[in-house]
Design a protein around this ligand. Structure first.
Ligand code: DX5
Ligand code: ZN
Length: 233
């Protein structure tokens, strides 16, 4: 089994990372989708868990992740859009997630949960909705490994990117600890990825901009290229 440090260094090392969001994949043929993503060398798969309560939509839970794990060695980045994540956390740990992110709006003081995740050798993340101010997450930045900045209201793929979140990414980069992994999720595509990269993001969740394209590999490498340019310049 990998340690927390190994998993975290992997995320920090492979920069920038495009993480296809499995919410937008063909649920009728998950096996084929996994094969295509493996062939496209996806380094991280983003798994959107929704409970129909915290968000007005329902996706999948630990049973599906467990079956995917049997067929994939890729890094699994689980995004729990669920109420009371503390109740279900052990299941997500057990089925083989490499990173687990909980919402600050579901757990206003996430310190204990983050500690539970880290002590299970898993990368610990906190997600913030577009309208949650930076000041609310700032006190916990040293307790987490990953900050997931939502750039759409959570619940559905295919929404339009909300540009006001870019300043939150910037604040987190400037005020957070050096090794903090900053991720952005929602409406990430060719026209929005570069500004997030410039603001300090290194892990880009991409649903429509990968799965609605004919070639996943090409879509991902185009996005990666656009995310690298601002750093080079
Ligand atoms: C939304 C999810 C996202 C979503 C992204 O609640 O967290 O991961 O699938 O999809 P796009 O990239 O299409 O906005
Ligand atoms: Zn997500």
């Amino acid at each position: 089994m990998q340690t927390h440090d190994e998993r975290l260094s992997f995320l920090r090392g492979a920069v920038p990372v495009i993480a296809p969001s499995m919410l937008k994949c063909d649920f009728g043929n998950l096996h084929r989708e996994l094969e295509l993503l493996h062939a496209a060398d996806a380094a991280v798969l983003h798994l959107d868990v929704m409970d129909g309560h915290f968000v007005p939509n329902l996706s999948y839970g630990p049973m599906v992740i467990e079956r995917l794990r049997e067929r994939s060695e890729t890094f699994f980045d689980a995004h729990l859009m669920i109420s009371e994540p503390a109740r279900y956390l052990d299941e997500y740990i057990r089925v083989g997630c490499d990173a687990i992110t909980v919402h600050l709006e579901a757990v206003p003081d996430p310190r204990e949960l983050l500690q539970r995740i880290r002590s299970s050798q898993i990368v610990a993340g906190v997600a913030v909705n577009p309208d949650t101010p930076f000041a609310e997450v700032e006190p916990f930045l040293n307790d987490m490994d990953l900050l997931l900045v939502m750039s759409v209201q959570p619940g559905f793929g295919g929404q339009k990117f909300l540009p006001h979140v870019v300043s939150k990414i910037q604040q987190a980069r400037e005020q957070g600890p050096e090794g903090l992994v900053i991720s952005v999720d929602g409406g990430i595509g060719k026209s929005t990825i570069a500004e997030c990269a410039r603001a300090g993001c290194s892990l880009f969740v991409a649903g429509s901009s990968v799965f609605d394209q004919p070639c996943y590999s090409e879509a991902m490498s185009e996005l990666r290229q656009l995310a690298m340019e601002p750093q080079a310049g």
